[in-house]
Design a protein around this ligand. Sequence first.
Ligand code: GTR
Length: 368
Amino acid sequence: KGGVKMLNQTIESLQLPRLLEFEDGSQVTSPEDWQKRREEILDLLCEEEYGLRPPAPLSISAMTNKLDENAYAGKVLEQHMMLSAEIEGGIFSFPLKVFVPKFIENPMVIVYIAFREDVPDRYLPIEEITDEGFAVATFCYNHVAVDGEDNYVGGLAGLLKKEGERAGNDTGKIMMWAWAASRVVDYLETRDDIDHKNIAVMGHSRLGKTALVAAAYDERFTFSFPNNSGCSGDAITRGKEGERIEQITNRFPFWFCPNYKNYAGREADMPFDQHFLVAAIAPRFVCAGTAVEDIWADPNSQYLSYVAADEVYKFLGKDGFIHPNRLPEVGDTFHEGTLGFHMRSGRHFHSRYDWLKFMEFMKKHRIN
Ligand code: GTR
């Protein structure tokens, strides 16, 4: 019973901005209201944190440059291509690799936003994933917009760049990487050998933040799997340990819109917190991976986002976050609800354990 009080008190003491209340103070009272409230939340997160979302492309096309129908001992179809999206400023192209297991029909698919371009990779064990019956579509984030202070010259950043200094709500790179994940879905929808109803987006750390943004802005993602996403991902900012807005915007200003750094040291003034990002994905699935030694990300604050976003899921008639009334402990897995969570031993990493948990969650909640 003490625990019940503790968790409620922790949430209350943070004085989080309300999810089920419009900016003008009126209440959200119906599912239709929630759709409007969700739009407000998405606009707010663009304006204050991630920057404007680039518009959907006018058209997309894919050009295959490698096809192996018998990869991985003959179990997998492996296809490499250039994916091109036609937008206002020109044509933006990036490499995409697709792996489809041949031994099952209609496999669920995971869009993996990768740090490195080599596949397989230590974070992306292709054969073990396809053996579980999942298709994978993956691209390297640096091919979309370089993860560094490049003055936005290349890639998508170059096409979107306006005259002069970056300012206000100009698009940050997390939003660009997330936008690219949506272009992968545009492409996947043209294929008939994968399950369109069960498409997930997944990434680790900065790309875990990206996996949340991708699903928040694109309802075609039925699942989002943010691994160790932490600050400006799934961790509640108010009261957070480890990395805070000041540190993240000093080291990585280009991940966000310039407005975000205004909240460094002023977290209590933010009209949002990261439970807004999770709730914007409702009623769809989010399942997080955290690690007990990842104190820079802060697993307790990560957990609190799901505890706080739960009310929107409940409001929409979903199970939401089914969890005990205490903070997480190492070894915990909470997979019963629409929101899932695990905390493993060890450090910041995208491990085999995380993969197994995510795939387990997706199999359990597959939509027919
Ligand atoms: C860190 C950053 C974290 C996290 C991490 C990563 O340096 O402070 O927010 O994103 O990088 O992406 O590995």
